[in-house]
Design a protein around this ligand. Structure first.
Ligand code: GUE
Length: 279
């Protein structure tokens, strides 16, 4: 039976460490989450992030704009936050309403305040092996793998999903840690066979319980980034957990796995951005 990688506990330790560092720097790093409209899933995330930020001594606020906000009005709000010296981190909550181009909003954020790490400048830095702000979820996954003592150098890793937000930066970080990385996606031939070769499997596809027990190499480490709400209200990942845990050596649960790490890394990025801007 697999060891459970307790993201909730690791995230709590990470946040406690950040709180200690913040207490020693003489100012409160400022984080602003920009939320447009009423996407219900975003509500939970924004509240959790706000509480975590305050508990760790950050200044945190949400700029909540109405659903019908025009794109150029949103870009002006972002420009004002870029110019505000008290703001160290800006996160534009996704998804945005359909009439706003997400790429335009992301590109409008000052790369030095881009604590999501989604700006093309930061994505390019990561792909080039240069320092920059790294997306929170992949960063959180790397923390979890290191904390769990998972051997990375030379290991075969597979990333399911090629999103800008998780899959691509995840593959870059694993590559940077000397894994042999496969990026798989909806068009990959014989996905189960690809998965069975992997010592480390990271699932980030957003399809409930798609990864079955038989896809997992015995003894592998399984990281489940998916958070899917089923019609019956249950929260499940992209991995069929009860099947997978009989095959894997270590596995992250949903909830309580990667999600809490994402929030802790948002704070870590905000502190990093705050210190870098003042250096
Ligand atoms: N610009 C932007 N950046 C994001 O990072 C971003 C975003 N937009 N839009 C929405 C998604 C979603 N997301 C989550 C983060 C943490 C949990 C989390 O902490 N989940 C807990 C609780 C889950 C629950 O009970 O609902 C867990 O997995 O244990 C969930 C979801 C960040 N996102």
């Amino acid at each position: 039976m697999a060891r459970i990688l307790d993201g909730k506990a690791v995230a709590a330790r990470l946040r406690a460490g950040l709180a200690e560092r913040v207490a020693g720097i003489g100012f409160r790093p400022g984080l602003v989450v920009v939320r447009v409209g009423e996407d219900p899933a975003s509500g939970v995330y924004v509240r959790n992030k706000d509480r975590a930020a305050r508990e760790a001594g950050f200044e945190s606020r949400t700029l909540h704009l109405s659903e019908d906000t025009a794109e150029d009005a949103l870009l002006r709000e972002i420009a004002a936050l870029n110019a505000d010296p008290a703001v160290d981190g800006i996160l534009v909550q996704l998804p945005l309403p359909g009439h706003i181009r997400a790429e335009a909003a992301i590109a409008a954020v000052d790369p030095a305040k881009d604590v999501d790490g989604f700006h093309p400048i930061n994505a390019g830095r990561l792909a080039s092996g240069l320092p920059g702000l790294v997306p929170c979820t992949p960063r959180g996954v790397m923390h979890l793998l290191r904390e769990a003592g998972v051997k990375l150098r030379g290991a075969r890793a597979i990333v399911l999903g090629r999103s800008q937000i998780v899959g691509r930066p995840m593959a870059q970080l694993l590559l940077g840690a000397d894994c042999t990385v496969t990026m798989a996606h909806s068009r990959t031939d014989d996905l189960p066979a690809e998965c069975r070769r992997a010592d480390i499997l990271v699932a980030a596809v957003g399809r409930p319980e798609m990864v079955r027990g038989g896809w997992i190499k015995p003894g592998a480490t399984v990281v489940d980034v998916g958070i899917n709400r089923l019609p019956d209200g249950r929260l499940v990942g992209d991995v069929a957990f009860t099947e997978a845990e009989t095959m894997a050596a270590a596995i992250t649960p949903v909830p309580g796995g990667v999600g809490p790490m994402t929030i802790a890394c948002l704070l870590e990025n905000t502190l990093e951005a705050a210190l870098a801007r003042r250096a």
